[in-house]
Every structure is written in C-alpha cells, then in structure tokens.
Design a protein around this ligand. Structure first.
Ligand code: NAD
Length: 282
C-alpha cells in the first residue's frame, strides 16, 4: 500500500514515521520546507506539495478544514491528482459540515473518503497507539485496515462521512470541560489542606476520574512539563467547531455554550502556541 501523508507537523510527522517503520511505502509532504527537512532527516522520503505522486491512500493531518479544502480542491488538488479508487483519509479535527461537502465531491470524483480524527497526541502517533473515530463506508475501512491497525490501538466506526468529526468534537468538548472542572476540584481540595497529588489519587480511585485526572494532571500539569504537543490554538478551534456543530443541528446546549465561553475567557491571555493544559493555571 502506497501512502502519501500531507501535513508533517506534530501528528502527521509521527504518523508518517510510524507507517514507514511498519513497512508501508510512505511519502510525506508539508508546505513548510523546514518541516519537510526535519522529517527527511529521520528517514522519510518527502516531496514538495505541488509534486504529489499517485498513491493508494492520501492521509491528511492539517490544522483546519480550510487547509483540507485547499489540498483537495485547489488546482491541482487531490480531486485532479489522486488516481480513481484511491482513498482520502482526513485525520485532522475538521468541521463536519465541510467534511460532508468534501466527502461528496471526493466520491463523485471516483475516490473514497474516510474521516479518521485521532486522540493520543504526538506520543500516540509515534507509538501507533492512537484512538481513531471513523466516518465513512465499512468497505473503505476494510480497504485501509492494515494502515489503521499500524496507527491505532483502537478505532471505532461511528457512522457515515462526517460522523467521525462530529464525535471528535464531542470528545474535545468533554476534554475541555474536564480540564476546567478538574482544576476547580483540585483548587477546592487544596483550599481545604489537601495536596493536588493526594486529591488526584483520590479522584482517580473514584467516579470523578477522567483522562484529564489520570493523564493530563500528572504528566503535564503537576510536573510543570506542559509539553503535550496539543496547543491552545487547536483547542480554541475545536470548541468553536463543537458549538457550530450544535448550531448546525439546531441544538442549543447550555453546558457546551458555557464551557466554550469559559474556555475562551480563561484562554484570553494564552498564545495559540501555548500548551492547552495551561488553561488550568490561566
Ligand atoms: P501542526 O500545526 O503541528 O501540523 C500541521 C501541519 O500541516 C504543519 O506542519 C503545516 O505546515 C502543514 N500544512 C498546512 N497547510 C498545508 C498544506 N496545504 N499542504 C501541506 N501541509 C500543510 O498540527 P498538529 O498538532 O499536527 O495537528 C494536526 C491536526 O490534528 C489538527 O487538525 C489538530 O486539531 C489534530 N489533532 C492534534 C492533536 C495533537 O495533540 N497535536 C491531537 C489530536 C488531533
């Protein structure tokens, strides 16, 4: 299976190297020459974005839906360059409305589509242990299953094209909410004389635990490391998209709206490049 990875940043670079190490024929590209060079130094073949070759799979790891649209629709984009029957897999956290539109165009052009947003950060991408949420046809998943297995410890087919991106936004809404609520819970215990470490040990043996209390607090927050590889700017984007997705479905979700407002207010002083875990001390 020949795979072209488009976007070699925190996630795409590590996914490309993992697939290469697993024995796939992988070629990477990125608009940033310095990023292409960094990945090439680690043994991956890279090409300039305008020189995309024929492949079985085009794996996208891009900042936003606007970038995904550009890669697919620009001239020449994947709609023109990708051979009939090849599969476009969008692992970015994208806008589901745009995803459904682009998936339709991709399928009309004789290609196949999967949205496959990921969880687990750069470390999960580097170790092939990402969680993946899949939107698209079961037959398309079967075609790329060996690739999914090399990248992911667990993938879940959640529905038709766009569904993976909807569930990813729901996931990141909960992650943002857990960061805010766990920080408040730890502050409450601390005021009452309990250390953050003791508080988290207690929470993690109880029903208040989450990935945030089990992973984010010990690994990135209490350790003062703040090097998760997921940025405040990306979480800002994801929360805006979650709210837009609710509006698109005609829903007004009070807690979602409150979390989005609180997050944006607390993150006001944080730069887009700051680690997203800094929200707990903002
Ligand atoms: P990143 O900014 O590190 O990487 C994105 C890369 O895409 C950059 O290197 C950029 O130069 C490149 N790019 C932009 N436009 C391009 C184009 N037209 N053609 C080729 N390359 C282009 O971002 P990231 O942290 O790797 O995240 C990528 C996606 O994965 C985002 O949608 C993000 O929300 C999602 N995500 C990130 C994490 C994480 O922990 N970082 C976790 C889960 C999901």
């Amino acid at each position: 299976m020949k795979i072209v990875v488009i976007g070699l940043g925190h996630m795409g670079g590590n996914m490309a190297l993992t697939l290469h190490a697993a024995g796939f024929t992988v070629l990477g590209t990125d608009v940033a020459e310095s990023t292409r060079n960094k990945i090439a130094e680690r043994g991956l073949r890279v090409v300039a974005p305008k020189a995309l070759p024929a492949a079985d799979v085009y794996l996208l790891s891009l900042p936003t839906s606007a970038h995904v649209r550009e890669v697919i629709e620009s001239s020449p984009g994947l709609l023109q360059l990708a051979p009939k029957g090849s599969v476009i897999v969008d692992t970015s956290t994208s806008d589901p409305v745009v995803t459904r539109e682009l998936a339709g165009k991709v399928i009309d052009a004789g290609l196949e589509w999967l949205d496959a947003p990921v969880s687990g950060g750069p470390a999960g991408a580097a170790s092939g242990t990402l969680g993946m949420l899949l939107g698209g046809e079961a037959t398309t998943i079967e075609r790329v299953e060996p690739m999914l297995k090399a990248m992911s410890a667990r993938y879940t087919h959640v529905g038709a094209a766009g569904s993976g991106h909807v569930v990813k936004l729901a996931n990141n809404y909960l992650c943002a909410a857990h960061l805010l609520t766990t920080a408040e819970a730890v502050a409450l215990a601390q005021r009452a004389g309990v250390s953050p470490e003791a508080c988290l040990a207690g929470l993690n043996s109880g029903s208040g635990r989450s990935a945030v209390s089990e992973v984010n607090f010990p690994r990135w927050i209490l350790s003062d490391a703040f090097d998760s590889g997921f940025t405040t700017g990306l979480m800002r984007k994801d929360l805006r998209l979650a709210r837009d997705a609710a509006i698109d479905q005609g829903l007004s979700l009070d807690l979602l709206n409150k979390v989005v407002e609180q997050w944006h207010a607390d993150a006001d002083g944080l730069s887009d490049s700051a680690d997203f875990n800094h929200i707990t001390d903002a």
